[in-house]
Design a protein around this ligand. Structure first.
Ligand SMILES: CC(C)(COP(=O)(O)OP(=O)(O)OC[C@H]1O[C@@H](n2cnc3c(N)ncnc32)[C@H](O)[C@@H]1OP(=O)(O)O)[C@@H](O)C(=O)NCCC(=O)NCCS
Length: 234
């Protein structure tokens, strides 16, 4: 049983590398606009991955809301954040993809999710996207761990920006996370108007080897994260 004060957050992860017949079948779940967007990707691999990401999002929403995957249940908000259009529906959701991995979070408070593939440390990027205390924390890490730490920090930062719905229109330098507890980063300062920094909870998760992920939720309640694997049922 979930203790009464914990806020449940479900995160599904799945593999975006699907074959052409599966992509063709899943295209039937998408809207004409989405099919057009998929077709605009330069390679068939990128097209199939985008279809798998959007169809996964639609499939999970269909399961949660008990509707067909092609039901028109969401629209795009300011800065392109998808949201549920029904005023009766309490859920917030968010999608992220990195390489061939997707993650989708659902919660009944505002949620953002980000997954990142852990790669080589990108030269000079930390200074552009992290606040000075975060850069100091990153530099204090042993050199061998800095790439992994960079992507862990970045997933947590981007999860916050995606929960806010602004994405990168708000600078990563405008807020500071305390990442001394890697599993549960804390928002400790922000220069945004009308946002209570105490009213945020974050959790990190390991979606699969070689990747890192984080969720950010606008709540004062402790989070209870359940990680699940999404499988297409065609
Ligand atoms: C949101 C943003 C950080 C995502 O970057 P990304 O590297 O594609 O990251 P992710 O894979 O984690 O997230 C992508 C998903 O987040 C969701 N998303 C899109 N815009 C979002 C926003 N403003 N806030 C939260 N989530 C958003 C979508 O579901 C998107 O999936 P899609 O690309 O398949 O449609 C980036 O797109 C951004 O800064 N957008 C806002 C500004 C902008 O350019 N807007 C133009 C469209 S109006």
């Amino acid at each position: 049983m979930i203790p009464a004060d914990e806020l449940p957050v479900s995160v599904w992860v799945w593999d975006l590398d699907i074959d052409a017949p599966t992509a063709a079948a899943l295209s039937g779940w998408l809207s004409p606009d989405e099919r057009q967007r998929a077709a605009a990707f330069a390679t068939s691999e990128l097209q199939r991955r985008w279809i798998a990401a959007r169809a996964g999002m639609r499939g999970i929403l269909g399961t949660v809301l008990n509707v067909r995957p092609n039901a028109p249940v969401f629209a795009l908000g300011k800065h392109g954040r998808p949201y549920l259009t029904s005023p009766d529906c309490p859920y917030s959701f968010n999608l992220s993809h990195s390489n061939a991995l997707a993650a989708f979070a659902v919660c009944d408070a505002v949620v953002g999710v980000d997954v990142e593939q852990i790669k080589a440390l990108p030269e000079g990027v930390a200074g552009m996207v992290f606040s000075p205390p975060e850069i100091a924390a990153l530099e204090a890490e042993p050199e061998t761990r800095q790439a992994e730490k960079f992507f862990q920090f970045w997933a947590a930062k981007e999860a916050v920006l995606k929960a806010l719905g602004t994405g990168l229109t708000v600078s990563g330098r405008s807020f500071t996370l305390d990442v001394s507890q890697a599993a549960a980063p804390r928002l400790i300062a922000a220069d945004w108007a009308n946002e209570d920094t105490q009213a945020w909870r974050l959790l990190a998760f390991d979606p699969m080897p070689g990747f890192t992920g984080a969720i950010a939720v606008r709540t004062t309640r402790p989070l209870r994260l359940t990680l699940k694997h999404w499988v297409f049922d065609l």
